[in-house]
Design a protein around this ligand. Structure first.
Ligand code: SF4
Length: 356
């Protein structure tokens, strides 16, 4: 049994044909009329379960080599952008820059090329980062259970992996070449990591690639499936919306701010303890407004280029994965949170390997 069995059961249903459960009701068009009441309920549940705290993290791009041709991404293997992998001394410099901001949680990313950013390189990088950060998550190509175990042993405690789009037919069209074409290997990656003993898992659907109600349904059913089967895992979702990038890919299915509000409030009511991450893909005003509805984690001081804080500006400008919208640095985000009455959390976990 894997989540694929659940997906398979409902894959050919329209949203209206999905089982008439709490989740489908919350995500329905009809529920838009009760959005205000849903928002109030989500606000209360968030306060009860998380208090007024927001964890902060930042991405650190190790490499932008990629073997895939995802139509919506600036790192698409066909794009003629400068490609690079951080050398160890460059990584140390970038990591020190981030550590100076006070952040202790970091998300390391690569494009998906196992050949050019092999596991050995990621392990070596994690060992360096362990000295500066208390929590290290990865957003890299999907791995086997044994490989996840190796990274956990090296000091990784969190996994972020987006299915991108749950609709298997859309997935096929959007991923025309490369190892990422294997839909099920990606779908089952979080479960392999859970079996390997990872502490946190963050999944997501890239909003805009397919009709959002059904995508949100599958994402939340996936989160529920993982949480029920692996209750020890700290489970969370992300709500990335498509952003402009190198290929000028046009969003096929628009997702409005109001739709985002509905997904967040539905998620909070459906799974009150679920972590909800909001990245700098969204603008500062929207991010400020969404905090109260159920967000538990935000990125700050982000860049989507390899070595985006410390490498040459001319290189960085031409090699972004996508454009970020909220460009505030860590101290500005902290000030905003304090002003709103929230406590910014820079550290809520200490990896056993830190400072070894
Ligand atoms: S989304 Fe990921 S796998 Fe696809 S092209 Fe971009 S970096 Fe590569």
């Amino acid at each position: 049994m894997s989540f694929y069995n659940i997906y398979h059961k409902y894959k050919n249903c329209s949203f209206e044909e999905l089982p008439n459960q709490e989740l489908t009701k919350l995500l329905s068009l009809e529920a838009e009329k009760s959005l205000e009441a849903m928002a109030q309920k989500a606000k209360t549940l968030t306060l009860q379960n998380f208090g007024k705290t927001i964890s902060l993290y930042t991405p650190l791009y190790l490499s932008n080599y990629c073997e895939n041709e995802c139509l919506y991404c600036g790192f698409n293997a066909n794009n003629k952008i400068p490609r690079r992998k951080l050398k160890i001394d460059e990584l140390k410099k970038e990591a020190k820059f981030i550590a100076k901001t006070g952040l202790q949680h970091i998300l390391i990313l690569t494009g998906e090329s196992k050949k050019l950013s092999p596991l050995s390189y990621i392990k070596e990088s994690v060992k360096i980062l362990n000295k500066l950060f208390s929590s290290i998550s990865i957003e890299i190509y999907p791995l086997s259970q044994t490989e996840y175990k190796e990274l956990i042993a090296a000091g990784v405690d969190g996994l972020t992996i987006y299915q991108e789009v749950y609709s298997q037919s859309e997935y096929k069209k959007l991923h025309p070449a490369g190892p990422k074409q294997d839909y099920q290997f990606r779908l089952d990656a979080p479960e392999r990591a859970a079996r390997a003993g990872i502490r946190t898992i963050n999944i997501g659907s890239l909003l805009g690639l397919a009709p959002w109600r059904k995508e949100a349904f599958f994402m939340l059913k996936h989160a529920e499936y993982l949480q029920n089967k692996y209750p020890e895992i700290e489970m969370s979702i992300s709500l990335p919306r498509l952003r402009p990038q190198f290929n000028n890919f046009q969003t096929p299915y628009e997702v409005s701010d109001k739709n985002i509000v509905q997904i967040i409030t539905a998620a909070r009511i459906f799974m009150p303890r679920l972590g909800i991450t909001l990245s700098t893909r969204e603008n500062s005003q929207l991010r400020n407004n969404l905090i109260k509805l159920g967000i538990t984690k935000m990125s700050a001081g982000s860049t989507t280029a390899v070595g985006g804080h410390t490498l040459e500006k001319t290189y960085i400008k031409n090699s972004l994965q996508f454009e970020i919208s909220d460009k505030r640095d860590v101290s500005q985000i902290k000030i905003m949170l304090l002003k709103e009455g929230y406590q910014p959390v820079l550290k809520d976990w200490v990896g056993a390997l830190q400072n070894e």
